[in-house]
Design a binder for this molecule. Sequence first.
Ligand code: SF4
Ligand code: SF4
Length: 342
Amino acid sequence: MTTTGHQHHARTVQFAAGERNVFMHILTACNLSCKHCYINPDQHGTKMLSRERLASWIKLFAPETGTANIVFLGGEPTMHPDLIYGLEVARASGFRTTVDTNGYLFHDFLARCSPDLLDNLSFSLDGPDAQVNDHIRGAGSFGVCTEHIGRAIAAGFRVSVIYTVSSLNIDHLHRLPPLLDRLGVRLLFLQVIGLRGKSAELSKSSTTLQVDYRHWRDAVLPVAQAAATLGIAVIYPKVYLDKEEPFVCAARVAENFFVFPNGRVYQCPLCEDYPLHSYEIRDDTLIHLDGLQEERIFALDIAEGCTMNKLLQPDTIACAPDGTPLTRVSCCMLKQRVDPIS
Ligand code: SF4
Ligand code: SF4
């Protein structure tokens, strides 16, 4: 990725042409049942990849030259008994590696994995204390996650935290940087709650997890700047484009593959609740699908920016009384970055 903007302010991180990112869901099972979980067994299956399949699927996406990024996720990827084998295969295939964990670190992960195999061990934490976090992620999860963050850092792993901002925790976000500083975490990813899986279900009832854009914007930048003064880098989604900023669909310039254990491969994460995937893995071969699939949508240019967002979440776009869009929605993968002040 390349970046634009000024130091210590939020910079937009542009997609680098041809960059490859593989998001490998190696199972859908999980020991937790978070309120906002986006795993959708109807669409993604309930299978766990076998050891052999895990290796062959990783190799399907291996870069021909140079490096690419692979993120192992689930469900809870450390519940997979062959995760470390998967990391070894990925390393040998030219990948930079990330594991996204809920913090439980099954199968004695820290003792069995070497920091050399893993570029980033990313822990999901949704509150700055047990009260806020456990209400979303389940009783006891804050204690386990923060303890394991400390142990992972002590063992020499590069650690980051992902905080999914929703109506349940946005007003507690400002208390997160001091906690991360105490734990020794130097990289924070903020995610904005999407309309997928359980949060889409909940939004049909009265308990919405969604946050409105003003609330998000007013909360996020001050927190990112506070984190920067503590030496913590923060990366978060852009959501709305600035006036003169060009709209770019990541699927048109970079290669992003969101792989599910039932063989579906998407290029856009917003499509994951629908059978709109553009590829499918059959018999360990990557097949490009014809017909009505997500690529038809990437090719469209509309005034509102991201077409998929317009189709799936039209309420997020503010319009003038005549229906003209007042804002353009960026690609959900376009990020802002605030670097630490040294
Ligand atoms: S830890 Fe992740 S996969 Fe597990 S329930 Fe929570 S959001 Fe879903
Ligand atoms: S979120 Fe929108 S802009 Fe980004 S890949 Fe999907 S369709 Fe393209």
